[in-house]
Design a protein. Structure first.
Length: 340
């Protein structure tokens, strides 16, 4: 039993939080004697021996954080890695990065590898780590029994899992409503992912239409299944819709690369942006400056989210009670591709 015991088990048996167990193990004076005794009794009863997985054990800390990311060539994910690593380094922590790919098996294998390296915590970058089929998320729950798990831009309700995310739903809804109020009649929504974040953006777009009594048309909600580097593919995809007679005078996208591809479509077909077609991107990445006119894009506060995630992580490892969920509001950065 002793080899299997984790501080997660101790907290359940003692009826206290994981942070409290961690304080007891650290010898913190900030614990009531009665609570300390309760925790120590459980520890003695089960012969628990702290190991490098146990969170908050200053002396045993590896000072290393594992980072999981599906694809480091993705602009958004690459920037997140940069901000998180920078913040960790400033706080005296090293990091180990694994690029997992998008399939469940790859994610599980990479997470097991990081845990075998005795990291103090694991950061999962991007909402694609949360699967629609809840059984596929069990590997995250299992890992959270050993170390704190930090999720960037994903929402997952589980003990010892901490989420820092942007309200993608409201950000997309607000941007779409601004387009509607500027007189746009037919809005094409372009997206490329059915991840947690992707579905929230889609729902935000749909709600903006419904609250403005605009019918939802399937042909105006299109998923581009190509690579995030295939901007020409996006141009051709939008052109294909246009040539089929699908009419639109506004385009809202779930990612800047889709918006840039849409801008290229407009230029190739002599459609003036923004007077004839308004376009909105998402992520406010470097790509928003790579078109003429420059692209209006939703800033999902990535740098702020990464800073907050590391703050929560450090607080958790030093036995402080930290919020399990922190939500940021996105903000539309207006440039030349919209008229409002």
């Amino acid at each position: 039993m002793s080899n299997q015991m984790t501080i997660y088990d101790i907290s359940k048996k003692a009826g206290v939080s994981i942070a409290t167990v961690s304080r007891v193990l650290n010898g913190s004076t900030n614990v009531k004697p009665k609570t300390r005794k309760k925790v120590m009794d459980i520890i003695e009863q089960y012969g628990y021996k702290p190991n490098a997985f146990a969170r908050g054990l200053g002396l045993n800390s590896m000072k290393t954080i594992g980072i999981l990311c599906a694809d480091a060539s993705d602009l958004y994910l690459a920037k997140a890695i940069y901000f998180i690593e920078q913040n960790l380094r400033e706080n005296g922590y090293n990091s180990v990065l694994c690029c997992t790919g998008y399939d469940v098996a790859g994610k599980q294998k990479s997470l097991s590898l990081l845990l075998s390296q005795h990291v103090d915590s694991v950061v999962m970058i991007g909402s694609n780590f949360i699967m629609t089929n809840d059984e596929d998320n069990q590997y995250i729950r299992d890992a959270a029994a050993s170390v704190p798990i930090m999720l960037l831009n994903a929402d997952f309700d589980c003990t010892n899992v901490f989420c820092t995310l942007c309200d993608d739903y409201k950000a997309t809804q607000d941007a779409t409503e601004k387009l509607i109020k500027s007189g746009v009649k037919d809005i094409l929504y372009l997206y490329n992912s059915n991840s947690y974040s992707g579905l929230k953006k889609l729902a935000g777009f749909q709600n903006a239409l419904l609250t403005n009594d605009i019918p939802l048309k399937k042909q105006l909600q299109q998923c581009f299944k190509g690579s995030h580097e295939d901007i020409d593919g996006v141009k051709n995809f939008v052109e294909g819709l246009y040539n089929k007679g699908i009419k639109f005078d506004g385009i809202v996208t779930s990612d800047d690369f889709l918006a840039v591809g849409s801008m290229n479509f407009a230029r190739a077909n002599h459609i003036k942006v923004p007077s004839q077609l308004q376009i909105i991107g998402y992520n406010n990445s470097i790509l928003s400056h790579c078109s003429e006119p420059e692209l209006s894009s939703i800033d999902n506060r990535l740098e702020d989210m990464c800073t907050q995630l590391v703050k929560t992580l450090i607080g958790t490892l030093t036995s402080n009670e930290m919020p399990q969920k922190t939500i940021f509001s996105g903000e539309l950065i207006k440039r030349g591709s919209t008229i409002f």
